[in-house]
Design a protein around this ligand. Structure first.
Ligand code: GRF
Length: 194
């Protein structure tokens, strides 16, 4: 069985990336992580990926200044060089232009730490606590040009508990993120059927 070739884009610690790498260690998992790419040279996740024997690349955005598309053209070229089929954003902290989003339409996914459409954007756990919601969680969705707006592929709920603060709630959501992302990536590979 040939497995889908997946690149993970990160900017930071890469715990979701690590969860995908872990899931893909199972030969029966339908995807393999062939590349981890970061816009930040010292992103912690790069060390984890290298330790797992996965190819890494850094394409810093700073040299491109305001030309976001030029940065993305470099990224796209690197993805193609690795023969990537699917791109998984995992804490990649750049808003993408329509260029990259449209190039990878239907094949680029993101994980977001809230039950979208609630709480798009940043500081989702704090905002959920302030809003007093009973249920919070995470979402995997296809990436479209609207930030955190694409079609939802899966969600996992987390109950908000008395005494929760941002860190405690965030940690429970993160645990669910790691399971959800691996599941949704496998589902997408199945749905694409190639
Ligand atoms: C996660 O909460 C993810 O949902 C969000 O950014 C965070 C990245 O964490 N998009 P990590 O780098 O995967 O640990």
């Amino acid at each position: 069985m040939s497995r889908a070739r997946v690149a993970v884009l990160i900017s930071g610690r890469g715990s979701n990336m690590a969860a995908l790498i872990e899931a893909a260690k199972d030969p029966a998992y339908p995807a393999e992580i062939v590349l981890v790419l970061s816009n930040i040279a010292d992103a912690g996740g790069l060390d984890i990926a290298q330790a797992a024997g996965i190819e890494t690349a850094v394409i810093a955005h700073a040299p491109f200044g305001k030309d976001r598309e030029a940065h993305e053209r470099m990224i796209d070229a690197r993805l193609r060089q690795s023969g990537v089929h699917i791109v998984a954003l995992a804490g990649y902290m750049r808003v993408l232009t329509p260029y990259l989003v449209e190039t990878w339409a239907g094949r680029m996914i993101n994980i977001h730490p809230s039950l979208l459409p609630a709480f798009p954007g940043l500081h989702t756990h704090q905002r959920a606590l302030e809003a007093g919601v009973a249920k919070h969680g995470c979402t995997v969705h296809l990436v479209t040009t609207g930030v955190d707006e694409g079609p939802i592929l899966g969600q996992a709920e987390v109950e908000v508990l008395p005494g929760d603060d941002e860190d405690r709630l965030g940690a429970r959501v993160l645990e669910q993120e790691h399971k959800l992302y691996a599941r949704c990536l496998a589902d997408l590979v199945g749905a694409l059927g190639d």
